[in-house]
Ligand binder design. Structure first.
Ligand code: 13P
Ligand code: SF4
Length: 341
């Protein structure tokens, strides 16, 4: 079923502009002015439906500003959202992010109903490896523990000893207490982790289709042309990371900006990160090399509305897989928790 076909746009109602004046002001620094009046009726309809349903909307930092600022109750990186799902009061969660994030939320909040507005919102890292691949790695490296990035399916998490995010990867690898660890599936994140630890890593050949497209010459050009500091996500290639003033996870980038307060910064990561941080740091000028994640951008206001209206696209995970996948996530949480941004 096509979500938008079955969802006529809500009408503009009198008073909308005044009611959402503060939001409009905020969005004007991130979106073309002409777009905002098109978003407001959807934002208003979603807010009403959300109240009726008693739902909580969670949005990843790569979601577009009209979602991140317009309808989300909780925002953050992938793990922060999963933790918030476990901690929130509502029994109904709409996860605006990609599928592995909604699965993580469901794993950590198994009694709650978790909906994703578009179940085709995938991730090139999550599809780069399956459970049989992990079993194959274990056969080739007997006794070596497996740490998998949260950007994986529940089936892959179930075959792993622990999960990690880019924020706690080094910590989790070292907590395995082994000389060698299988680290999957992102080879660039793995190569970066290997520079931060003595533990030998066996890597898989997955990449993020968004971060792998940045180049070192593009990074150098951005720094020279704009006289900007460079902040890069560790899913970028090593020669790109070598150009950066700071390498860190989605959450760590925010902390670095808070500490350093540069005059101008280029965000070598998904495009919406700059928009969503700009509101937190109005005095910093953000340069955004605009690489969009096509999976994140499948989530739109009309799809969020349709998902809440019809309670569609509920995430479910086979119980035998869920129990083992949850154990991997919980092992990570026991090693290092996160905060929302
Ligand atoms: P976070 O775990 O930092 O939210 O990142 C997820 C992601 O998809 C990075 O590309
Ligand atoms: Fe996956 Fe990359 Fe998109 Fe993140 S940005 S969801 S790693 S494809």
């Amino acid at each position: 079923m096509n979500d938008t076909d079955t969802c006529p746009a809500p009408h503009w109602r009198p008073g909308l502009e005044e009611e959402y004046a503060a939001l409009t002001d905020r969005l004007e620094s991130m979106l073309p002015c002409l777009e905002i009046p098109l978003h407001l009726p959807w934002i208003d309809a979603i807010q009403q439906l959300k109240r009726q349903r008693g739902a909580v909307i969670m949005a990843h930092s790569y979601q577009s500003p009209e979602i991140f600022h317009g309808v989300a109750d909780i925002t953050g990186d992938s793990l922060a959202l999963a933790q918030a799902a476990a901690d929130c009061d509502s029994d109904l969660i709409v996860l605006c992010g990609v599928h592995f994030m909604a699965e993580s939320a469901k794993l950590l909040a198994p009694q709650k109903r978790v909906l994703i507005p578009d179940r085709e919102a995938g991730c090139s890292l999550a599809t780069s490896i399956n459970a049989a691949d992990v079993r194959g790695l274990r056969e080739r490296h007997p006794g070596v523990p497996v740490v998998s990035y949260v950007n994986t399916s529940a089936e892959v998490k179930a075959e792993s000893d622990a999960c990690c995010t880019s924020a706690n990867a080094v910590q989790v690898v070292e907590a395995m207490g082994a000389e060698k660890v299988i680290f999957l599936p992102d080879r660039y994140l793995g190569q970066w982790v290997a520079t931060q630890t003595q533990v030998e890593l066996v890597l898989w050949n997955g990449t993020c289709e968004v971060h792998e497209t940045f180049t070192a010459s593009q990074a150098r050009h951005t720094r020279e042309q704009f006289n900007a500091k460079l902040v890069a996500h560790p899913e970028c290639a090593p020669d790109v990371l070598a150009e950066a003033d700071f390498v860190g996870s989605t959450t760590a980038m925010g902390h670095w900006l808070e500490r350093e307060r540069p005059e101008r910064v280029a965000m070598i990561t998904e495009c919406s990160m700059a928009d969503n941080l700009r509101n937190r740091f109005p005095q910093i000028e953000f340069i955004k090399p605009c690489n969009l994640c096509p999976h994140m951008k499948r989530i739109t206001l009309p799809k969020i509305y349709a998902c809440l209206r019809d309670l569609r696209h509920e995430v479910s995970i086979a119980p035998a897989v869920a129990a083992r996948a949850r154990a991997s996530l919980e092992r990570m949480l026991a090693i290092g928790r996160h905060e929302t941004i």
